[in-house]
Design a protein around this ligand. Structure first.
Ligand SMILES: Cc1cc2nc3c(=O)[nH]c(=O)nc-3n(C[C@H](O)[C@H](O)[C@H](O)COP(=O)(O)OP(=O)(O)OC[C@H]3O[C@@H](n4cnc5c(N)ncnc54)[C@H](O)[C@@H]3O)c2cc1C
Length: 417
């Protein structure tokens, strides 16, 4: 397997909105920039498909990237760093070594899956995942979908699926009505554009039942999901469906910050005003520093790109805009905080780690994540904990104190090359 090495002033891992913005502005300051993206094309989960409906701002940034001097490596997963200035990345033809003076981590988020009886049945999916499947051609027309969990992603996914022919039976939002009303009111001054966006999405969902203070407790079916039991804490009822699309929360991808020993608190990478982490020369931008959405990701990416490109004065001009987006993020975190009931949904025999078939009952016997991993192999299967680690942390209150290369699943040849 061929190895190649290239040296850059700045390397950016992740080509979502924050990574694209960081790479563009660093390159525009005259730096040699590499942008690594593990999927087929830049954009992250929201801007990936140029053929689909993406906002004008996405086209602007994707054009800016195309017309820049940034070396974009798609289908390239950064998986290890022998030292802070050298990355190893796997691409279809082999392993690349990327030397860099400055590194920007823009690795974004993934969906949090919460285990409940029946959650491993076929057609129980992440809400973002079902949206992504539909974007790539999966037939959803006429299918009855229950969308459940929490946060704006529920409405975004439901609206997309409905526009593509799905019959949204019901949206079950676990947050209570009062919290949502307060958040909606706060949007009028924190982020009026988000309010307008939300009103548009609600219009798409006219006639769909939106139930607040309501969550799934079990999915049922023989070969795939046929119905879901929902609860509002007082009563339970069962709803027939062809798909159950769940989105409880987005959680930052912390594998890279963990590997480099960047300071992480409350599940977020800690950064200074220039988005520099506790490790000198390593910056972090976007949702990995706290879930705040694509507007915040763009601003933070620009700040990190200017700072890594040696233009901190340009970065400082964006501080006020970042403060506004952070206030929005704090409001969102408060409004959609997960209720305790969701931590108690798994039964003894509910599978929590679906790669290794490890049940809640077996995991709950342990006091630490390390002990549970060593004794049960939970989080150690092919997905390397990407699916269950978030729920292990939330359900049992454990912290993940180990990040080792490869940070993402990698071919054996890449490790030995
Ligand atoms: C499934 C899903 C659906 C979403 N849908 C919506 C929506 O409909 N509306 C909305 O407003 N927001 C949505 N979001 C949230 C939105 O994507 C983020 O708030 C925003 O895009 C954050 O941007 P970012 O640049 O921080 O990270 P992201 O956009 O998450 O981009 C991170 C990128 O890094 C790449 N990456 C990660 N690790 C590596 C690695 N080791 N090597 C190479 N590349 C790597 C990933 O492939 C990804 O492309 C969704 C998020 C998810 C996970």
């Amino acid at each position: 397997m061929a190895n190649s090495r290239d040296d850059y002033d700045v390397a950016v891992i992740g080509a979502g909105p924050s990574g694209i913005a960081a790479a563009c502005v660093a390159a525009e300051s005259g730096r040699r920039v590499a942008l690594l993206e593990s999927t087929l094309s830049p954009g992250g989960p929201i801007w990936r498909s140029r053929s689909g409906p993406i906002p004008r701002v996405a086209h602007r940034w994707l054009d800016r990237l195309e017309n820049s001097s940034v070396s974009v490596f798609d289908r390239t997963t950064a998986f290890a760093a022998p030292d802070r200035r050298l990355l190893l990345a796997e691409h279809p033809d082999g392993v690349m070594e990327i030397g860099c003076e400055k590194l920007i981590l823009a690795t974004g988020v993934q969906e949090l899956f919460l285990p409940f009886p029946g959650w491993t049945l076929p057609n129980v999916t992440g809400a973002g995942a079902l949206q992504a499947l539909s974007k790539s051609g999966w037939p959803i027309e006429g299918k009855r979908v229950v969308v459940a969990g929490s946060g704006p992603l529920l409405i975004a996914a439901a609206s997309y699926l409905r526009r593509h022919g799905a019959k949204i039976v019901c949206i079950a939002e676990q947050a209570g009505m009062m919290k949502l009303a307060k958040f909606t009111l706060a949007l009028t001054y924190l982020a009026p554009s988000k309010l307008i966006q939300a009103v548009g999405l609600q219009r798409d969902l006219f006639g769909v039942r939106y139930k607040t203070g309501c969550w799934p407790v079990a999915a049922h079916g023989e070969d795939c999901v046929e119905s879901v039991t929902l609860s509002n804490g007082k009563s339970e009822w069962t709803q027939e469906c062809d798909y159950l699309a769940c989105a409880f929360r987005l959680i930052p991808n912390l594998q890279w910050p963990g590997l480099l020993r960047c300071r992480i608190e409350h599940g977020q990478v800690q950064v200074d005003s220039l988005q520099e982490t506790s490790i000198s020369g390593v910056f972090c931008a976007g949702d990995a520093t706290g879930i705040a959405g694509s507007d915040a990701a763009l601003i933070e990416g620009r700040i990190a790109g200017h700072a890594a490109g040696g233009q901190p004065e340009k970065a400082k001009r964006l501080f006020a805009a970042r403060r506004r987006t952070r206030r929005f993020a704090e409001g969102m975190a408060r409004a959609f905080a997960l209720r305790d009931e969701l931590k108690g949904l798994a039964a003894e025999d509910t599978i929590v780690c679906r790669c290794e078939d490890v049940t809640h009952g077996r995991i709950a016997e342990h006091d630490t994540l390390r002990s549970a991993k060593l004794q049960t192999r939970c989080g150690m299967g092919p997905c390397q904990g990407r699916t269950c680690l978030g729920s292990l942390q939330l359900l049992y209150g454990w912290t993940n104190d180990s990040a080792r290369p490869p940070v993402l699943p990698t071919r054996v040849e890449s490790l030995s090359g």
